[in-house]
Design a protein around this ligand. Structure first.
Ligand code: ADP
Ligand code: SF4
Ligand code: MG
Length: 356
């Protein structure tokens, strides 16, 4: 994190994205109830200037949808987005196009997001050409200067994406995002398609670029080692809702929300002497389609009480856990319980860490 950190750069307030489902058959009363997938539901968080905020959660928890909302690639169903204090939720047309230079995204799929018919200089300069009336030679010059910064040679301007390895394509995506000098970059699983050695190189370059340029990152990842290495704070999503956010070290060593405890306990620990007991969670992940009121983790939570099934827990500070917000009615009671003591609270541990 840079010295300028802590100022809010981007803030979402109760942001939501519901994808409507096709109208289903009429029920026996002749009604056709509206149904939608609540992919992101009332998420309020802040990305601070110069920080890396990691966003973690299981596959389907809404991470990519949230990233697209932040980059204004999805229209929010509800809520507001502020950037440097300005409400940008409903920007459109030329105002939205001009604003886009502030927030860029590196997409989850580095192959699908690069047009195979375009050459490197055309791909990398897409955001520049959308914003600035530069001549072709000036554009090529800017791209040639940028490529070495992401670890690519400046003489590959006329190559095509298929001529690059997975890591090379990811660097191209990164160069495209950086070409317009954004303040915030949404990195959607930036290293998940790469092999381990290349992952480390790309991650190092991301951290270096952040220092050099004072960037902020929203880092979407399922890899806890990546979170530990690269992030300042971490936010945990569960079926579209933010359930815990706080400083990385503190959350990873003392998760408060029962779901965060389960998620972290499911991550394999490489050192056999430090083998961590596995906190078991059972039960089905609830549906995102018109979810019921109450805590969404209630069907799987070993601490559930009646209140949890009827009243949505609000995200709130928890005494003894500075700079932490948690959405759990029993956060104070369960916060200090180590996951190891919870073994046997369900029939099956989650077998894998959260994935894309
Ligand atoms: N364009 C869309 N239309 C309908 N449903 C979508 C769309 N995009 C995502 N979803 C649904 O929203 C939920 C969250 O998806 P996503 O944001 O991709 O989660 P994650 O990135 O955490 O895996 C999933 O149920 C997914 O099927
Ligand atoms: S609110 Fe209740 S069900 Fe939800 S995580 Fe907390 S204790 Fe468990
Ligand atoms: Mg995703």
């Amino acid at each position: 994190m840079t010295d300028a950190a802590c100022e809010p750069l981007l803030e979402t307030t109760s942001i939501a994205k519901y994808f409507p489902l096709p109208v289903s058959a009429r029920d026996w009363l002749g009604r056709t109830p509206a149904r939608s997938i609540h992919a992101v539901d009332q998420v309020s968080l802040t990305v601070r200037s110069g920080e890396t905020l990691a966003l973690i959660g299981e596959s389907g928890s809404g991470k990519t949808t949230f990233g697209w909302l932040v980059a204004r690639l999805h229209e929010p169903t509800q809520g507001t987005i502020r950037f440097r204090g300005q409400d940008v939720t409903h920007l459109s047309g030329s105002a939205l196009r001009a604003w886009r230079r502030n927030v860029q995204i590196v997409f989850q799929d580095p192959v699908g997001s690069l047009d195979p018919r375009l050459r490197v200089w055309q791909i990398v300069s897409e955001p520049i050409r959308a914003q600035l009336p530069l001549r072709r030679a000036a554009v090529r010059e800017r791209v040639a200067e940028l490529l070495p910064q992401v670890g690519l040679p400046s003489d590959c301007l006329d190559q095509y994406p298929h001529e690059f390895s997975g890591g090379g394509r990811q660097r191209l995506s990164l160069a495209r995002a950086l070409s317009i000098n954004p303040s915030l970059v949404v990195l959607d699983e930036p290293t998940s398609a790469l092999d381990v050695a290349v992952q480390a190189q790309v991650l190092n370059r991301l951290v270096g670029l952040q220092r050099e340029r004072g960037l902020s990152y929203l880092l979407i990842t399922h890899n806890v080692a990546t979170v530990r290495y690269a992030a300042d704070r971490v936010a945990v999503l569960y079926v579209g809702q933010l359930i815990e956010i706080g400083p990385v070290r503190a959350v990873l060593t003392q998760p408060v929300h029962p779901y965060t405890k389960a998620l972290l306990a499911a991550v394999p620990v490489p050192d056999p002497k430090r083998r961590r007991a596995r906190y078991r969670i059972s039960g089905e992940v609830p549906t995102l389609i018109n979810p019921k009121p109450g805590c969404r983790f209630a069907p799987r939570c070993p601490f559930v009480i009646e209140r949890c099934r009827v009243e949505d827990p609000l995200l709130r500070p928890v005494a003894e856990f500075p700079d932490r917000l948690v959405a759990c009615h029993r956060a104070e009671e369960v916060g200090s319980i180590p996951p190891e003591t919870l073994i046997g609270s369900g029939p099956a541990p989650p077998d894998r860490p959260p994935s894309n």
